[in-house]
Design a protein around this ligand. Structure first.
Ligand code: FES
Ligand code: FE2
Length: 418
C-alpha cells in the first residue's frame, strides 16, 4: 500500500541552542584514563541511579539486592512493616559479610550467614549471638548503613554518596517533572539483559542518541519504520535539552510489517501496550514535545547514563555503567504488563527481540571505534545537526569535569594557604 508522503523533519536542531556551538568536538574524553577518573568523581558519584521499581516488592518483607557495578556497592532494598521502602548497604556491621545473599525474596529479618547477626526490616540490629562475649557494644550504631533512596513515578533511585549534593527531585529536574503522569506503573513485569563492551560509557550512550546512522546500520530493523514515507535520512522531530538531560523525539510512520511482525502486531497488539485501549491518559508535556502526528517514540535521557525509550504504549529502560576508560556494562530492561494469553506473550517476545536486535546493531560498531580512539587515530568528531545529543553530552561532561577541577584546585589552594 502506498504511504502518504509527510514533511521531512528539517535541519536546524543545533541552532535552537546557540551556546552549544557547531565545531568539531575533541575525542580525548573518550579514552583518557585521568579524565575518566575525574568523571567518576565529578559526575557519577554525584548522580542518582535507578535500580528498580516499587512493584517488585509490593508486600512488607519483600526485598531485592542490586549491585552498582561502577562503585562495587551491593545495595539491599526492602519494604518494611509500615510499607516504607528502605535502602541499605548490603554489608553486615559485624565483619562486613553480605547480609543478604539472595537476589530477591521475602523475609522477616536479614540474617548474616557468617556469625548469625540479624537485622529487622528497618535495618536495626535485631539479635547478636552470644552478645555477652562482646565489649561495650552500642547497638544503636550497629544497624545496617542506610543508602539514600528516593522514588519517582514508582522507580527506586539510590545515591552512591552518603550525603547527596542534590535531592532526587533536584537531580531529575524539569525532565522528571515533564514526564509525570505517564502510566509507568501499568507494567508490572520486566526482563533485563546485559552485556559488557570494550568501549567508553559515552560511546555506548552515543549510539542510540542519534539517528543519522539509522538507514545504514539498521537497514532491515529500525530503518523501514523510521524512514518510511518521506524521511529518507530517518531524521528526528526534535531534541529538547533540559539542563544536563535531554529528549530525542523520533519521527515515524508505520511501514509494511514483515509476516512475523504482522502476526505479532495484529494478534497481540494489546500486550504491547502499557495501557489497555480503554484506559486513557493525558500525554505528559515531556513526551512528543512537538505534538507531531508522526511521532513514534522518545529517547528520554537522564544524564549521565539512564535512558527510557517511551512510546504511547510501552517503555524500556537503558542503563550504562562505566567499568573503566574503555569498558562499560550495558543493561536493557523492558517493562511489560502481564500477558493474558499465549498470543499476547508471543507479541511481547517479538517486541523484546526487536528491541534487542536494534541495540545489538548499535553496539556492534563500538569496539572498533574504541580501538581507534585508544590508538589515538581519532582526534575530533564532526557532528551532524541530528547528532545534537552527542554534542550536548560533550558539553555537560566537559563542564562538570572543569567545575570539579576548579573545586579541587580551590581546595588545594585553601589547604596550602591554611
Ligand atoms: S560478618 Fe555478619 S555476623 Fe559476622
Ligand atoms: Fe541505532
Amino acid at each position: 500500500m502506498e504511504q502518504a508522503r509527510v514533511p521531512v523533519p528539517p535541519i536546524g536542531l543545533t541552532r535552537k541552542y546557540p551556546g552549544i556551538g557547531t565545531g568539531p568536538v575533541p575525542a580525548r574524553i573518550y579514552h583518557d584514563a585521568a579524565f575518566y577518573e575525574k568523571e567518576i568523581e565529578a559526575i557519577f558519584k554525584r548522580s542518582w541511579f535507578m535500580i528498580g521499581r516499587v512493584d517488585q516488592i509490593p508486600d512488607p518483607g519483600q526485598f531485592f539486592v542490586y549491585e552498582l557495578p561502577t562503585f562495587g556497592h551491593s545495595i539491599l532494598i526492602c519494604r518494611d512493616r509500615n510499607g516504607a521502602i528502605n535502602g541499605f548497604h548490603n554489608v553486615c556491621s559485624h565483619r562486613g559479610n553480605a547480609v543478604e545473599h539472595r537476589d530477591c525474596g521475602k523475609t522477616r529479618a536479614f540474617v548474616c550467614r557468617f556469625h548469625g547477626w540479624s537485622y529487622d526490616l528497618e535495618g536495626k540490629i535485631a539479635a547478636i549471638r552470644d552478645e555477652a562475649g562482646f565489649f561495650d557494644l552500642d547497638r544503636s550504631r550497629l544497624g545496617l548503613k542506610r543508602v539514600p533512596t528516593g522514588i519517582w513515578e514508582g522507580f527506586i533511585f539510590v545515591s552512591p554518596l552518603d550525603e547527596p549534593e542534590q535531592s532526587l527531585e533536584e537531580y531529575l529536574g524539569e525532565q522528571g517533572r515533564d514526564l509525570v503522569g505517564y502510566p509507568w506503573s501499568a507494567c508490572t513485569q520486566s526482563y533485563q539483559w546485559q552485556t559488557e563492551i570494550n568501549a567508553n560509557w559515552k560511546l555506548v550512550m552515543d549510539s542510540p542518541a542519534e539517528v543519522y546512522h539509522i538507514p545504514v546500520l539498521h537497514p532491515t530493523s529500525a530503518a523501514p519504520t523510521m524512514m518510511a514515507s518521506g524521511n529518507p535520512f530517518g531524521r528526528l522531530l526534535d531534541v529538547e535539552i533540559k539542563g544536563p538531560h535531554r529528549t530525542n523525539s523520533h519521527y515515524s510512520v508505520s511501514a509494511e510489517p514483515n509476516p512475523v511482525q504482522k502476526l505479532a502486531y495484529t494478534n497481540a497488539a494489546a500486550a504491547q501496550n502499557v495501557v489497555q485501549e480503554t484506559t486513557e491518559y493525558e500525554m505528559p508535556r515531556g513526551l512528543n514535545p512537538t505534538r507531531s502526528q508522526h511521532w513514534s517514540v522518545d529517547l528520554v535521557t537522564f544524564f549521565p547514563t539512564l535512558s527510557f525509550t517511551v512510546s504511547a504504549g510501552m517503555y524500556t529502560a537503558h542503563q550504562v555503567w562505566p567499568l573503566g576508560p574503555s569498558r562499560s556494562l550495558y543493561q536493557q530492561r523492558v517493562f511489560v504488563r502481564r500477558a493474558g494469553n499465549a498470543a499476547e506473550r508471543f507479541g511481547q517476545e517479538n517486541t523484546m527481540v526487536e528491541f534487542r536486535d536494534v541495540v545489538m546493531e548499535d553496539l556492534s560498531t563500538l569496539e572498533s571505534i574504541q580501538r581507534g580512539l585508544d590508538a589515538g587515530r581519532i582526534e575530533a568528531f564532526n557532528y551532524h545537526d541530528h547528532e545534537l545529543a552527542l554534542r550536548h553530552q560533550y558539553e555537560v561532561v566537559s563542564a562538570r569535569v572543569a567545575a570539579y577541577e576548579r573545586e579541587q584546585s580551590g581546595a588545594v589552594g585553601q589547604a596550602e594557604r591554611s
